[in-house]
Design a binder for this molecule. Structure first.
Ligand SMILES: [Zn+2]
Length: 235
């Protein structure tokens, strides 16, 4: 594919500009006086991706504080639906063919990060166990969504942008499209991130590279193209 890198450059510059100009949205406008119609979904903000373990990333850990702020602001405004799909693997998970063993049931890695656990309303969290990058495949999330038809606004947060967050946001969107539902799927960019493995580091370690900024922006843009609203933050 001759000229691939050169031909991609204008798009990468466009992406950078697009990202810099994302806008904050008002939480009060989003809720519009109807907190019962709003749910926040927070995927994989657990110890194994934020704090410790083979897949933990300091870059991903930086989203915890904005998520705590967002959860607090939502709770103050009467929102009651806090849905947390989380990796809960058995030791023989098939996914471990692609990723090193992580977030095994009963280990510290599979626990919600302590900052979210410390929230006074953490007993209201709905934890959804999952065994794959998709929070919808073979989990209790599809049933939760169908049992809450009054919820027409889903706020998406969590990690990783190009993996579980992407699968979650797209599935929420596709589910609404397929069933002709008027639903907003709004992703708060300051509450979403992915890990970073530069090419040079990957070559030294003999693993697959994963440039964080590149994947973050390309997947955010892809989600927007498919009807997910991307905002800088919600305050
Ligand atoms: Zn996993």
């Amino acid at each position: 594919m001759a000229g691939f890198v050169e031909s991609a450059e204008p798009f990468l510059r466009y992406l950078e500009h697009w990202h810099e100009h994302l806008k904050e949205e008002s939480l009060d406008e989003l809720i519009a006086g109807k907190p019962e119609r709003v749910a926040v979904v927070c995927v994989d903000v657990i110890v194994g991706f934020c704090k410790e373990g083979p897949l933990a990333s300091p870059r991903v850990d930086t989203i915890v504080e904005p998520i705590v702020r967002l959860f607090t602001a939502l709770h103050e405004r009467g929102v009651k639906h806090f849905v947390l799909p989380q990796d809960t693997h058995e030791p023989d998970a098939v996914e471990f063919m692609s990723y090193p063993p992580h977030c095994i049931r009963g280990t510290i890695e599979a626990e919600t990060v302590p900052e979210l656990q410390a929230l006074p309303f953490s007993d209201k969290f709905t934890i959804i166990e999952k065994n794959a990058l998709s929070a919808f495949v073979d989990t209790s999330l599809p049933a939760w969504v169908r049992e809450h038809p009054e919820v027409d606004t889903y706020i998406v947060t969590g990690d990783c942008t190009d993996l579980c967050t992407y699968n979650l946001a797209l599935h929420l969107r596709m589910d609404a499209n397929a069933r002709q539902l008027e639903r907003r799927v709004v992703l708060a960019e300051d509450c979403v991130d992915t890990f970073d493995i530069p090419v040079e580091t990957a070559q030294q370690l003999g693993i697959r590279p994963h440039p964080g900024d590149f994947h973050h922006l390309v997947f955010l843009h892809h989600m927007e193209q498919n009807g997910v609203e991307i905002v800088k933050g919600l305050a």
